[in-house]
Design a protein around this ligand. Structure first.
Ligand SMILES: Cc1cc2nc3c(=O)[nH]c(=O)nc-3n(C[C@H](O)[C@H](O)[C@H](O)COP(=O)(O)O)c2cc1C
Length: 372
């Protein structure tokens, strides 16, 4: 086995979108994930000595990435942060935040649809509207992610910011407004630059001078692994595509065969299609307005080109292991897998990398002209 430290560079994002130009066998339908509410984030924070929790409402990973960066930042101020998926925890425990010294909850929340929450923040949103909790021990701030071309711009972030105050929580820094139509990264970075000094002032702490870096992973190359143990594009359970087992949800999608695929228009630039999907045997009940998701895969030619540029054998079996042992995510995508599968199914290779990732990448670039 070869071991080396690898800085995750590639524009990581599990692609989940709605692009109707895919091979038929990649079309899947999803149902809403069942939620379990048996995990206490307060207990976890106490056990691991964390005083900052960053909850993210994220569909395509941006809010999640920002949350991870904020959680890492805490280190610079002698604090300890953790990013958390609201779907995995009981958020009524926010009323117990006062049990932890110098505690703070940050919310990075994206807005979708008609000003709706993301799937993973839906239960939290439903609960919050009805909540009759005492949040007087809760200190918080919100960074909203949205796009100002939508009518309900940043509605979710604005709502949570206002609602937490109504329930008695103390806002320690102003709501941040991220606009994906402009430069979301810049909005986030400039909000963050003002946010941390405000935190320092509030809690009476100072920066320790230790810089935080982006997520670090260890790359392991496997040479002796049974190929039955290698992920081939599954999102959750190994072999879940070959061996479909309910209940189906976004992490365990049902692969629905396309039974009808008819082009509806003739000529013109638009391509309208009538599609019928067969969900027999899935136990999924489709009602008007439910969602159908398409899990796109990246273009093979582009994947091959990246392999060539990086001079790697794309069929090498690898694992990227998170070096942060306390992190919930042991790997950034299902591992072990091959470079080819990672580039085809798990990574976003078509968008430009964010400024902070570009900065990290530049350090590895040669010659200097590329670096600049
Ligand atoms: C289908 C769709 C619907 C959206 N609806 C809204 C909206 O109603 N209001 C808003 O402010 N932004 C809206 N957005 C913008 C997203 O909130 C924004 O791109 C955000 O950065 C996504 O964050 P995420 O990657 O964490 O999911 C929408 C984006 C998409 C793709």
């Amino acid at each position: 086995m070869v071991h080396q430290v690898f800085v995750l560079s590639l524009f990581l994002d599990v692609a989940m979108g709605c692009v109707f130009s895919l091979p038929e066998d990649r079309l899947v339908t999803v149902d809403r994930a069942p939620t379990t509410r048996d995990t206490s984030f307060i207990d976890k924070m106490k056990k691991t000595g964390k005083n900052i929790v960053v909850f993210y409402g994220s569909q395509t990973g941006t809010a999640e990435e920002f949350s991870n960066r904020l959680a890492k930042d805490a280190h610079r101020y002698g604090m300890k942060g953790m990013a958390a998926d609201p779907e995995e925890y009981d958020l009524s425990e926010l009323s117990r935040m006062g049990e932890i010294d110098n505690s703070l909850a940050i919310f990075c929340l994206a807005t979708y649809g008609e000003g709706d929450p993301t799937d993973n923040a839906q239960d939290f949103y439903d609960w919050l509207q009805e909540a009759d909790a005492d949040f007087s021990g809760l200190k918080y701030t919100v960074f909203a992610l949205g796009n100002k071309t939508y009518e309900h711009y940043n509605a979710m972030g604005k709502y949570v910011d206002k609602r937490l105050e109504e329930l008695g929580a103390q806002r320690i820094f102003d709501l941040g407004m991220g606009d994906d139509d402009g430069n979301l990264e810049e909005d986030f970075v400039s909000w963050r630059e003002q946010f941390w000094p405000a935190v320092c002032e509030h809690f009476g702490v100072e920066a320790t001078g230790e810089e935080s870096s982006i997520r670090q992973y260890e790359l392991k190359v496997h040479t002796d692994l049974n190929m039955n143990k290698v992920y081939t594009g599954e999102l959750g359970r190994l072999k879940s595509f070959e061996n479909q087992k309910p209940p189906f949800d976004s992490k365990n999608p049902f692969l629905a065969p396309v039974t009808v695929n008819r082009k509806l228009n003739k000529g013109g630039e638009r391509h309208l299609m009538h599609l019928e999907l067969d969900i027999t045997g899935s136990k999924i009940r489709y009602e008007s307005g439910d969602h159908v998701a398409v899990y796109p895969i990246n273009d093979t030619a582009m994947v091959n080109k990246i392999g060539e540029l990086l001079a790697v054998d794309l069929d090498t079996v690898i694992s990227l292991n998170n070096l942060d042992e306390e992190s919930n995510k042991k790997h950034p995508f299902p591992c072990p897998t091959t470079y080819r599968t990672a580039l085809t199914h798990y990574l976003d290779i078509t968008n430009s990398p964010r400024t902070n990732v570009l900065y990290e990448l530049a350090q590895y670039a040669t010659p200097n002209i590329t670096k600049e």
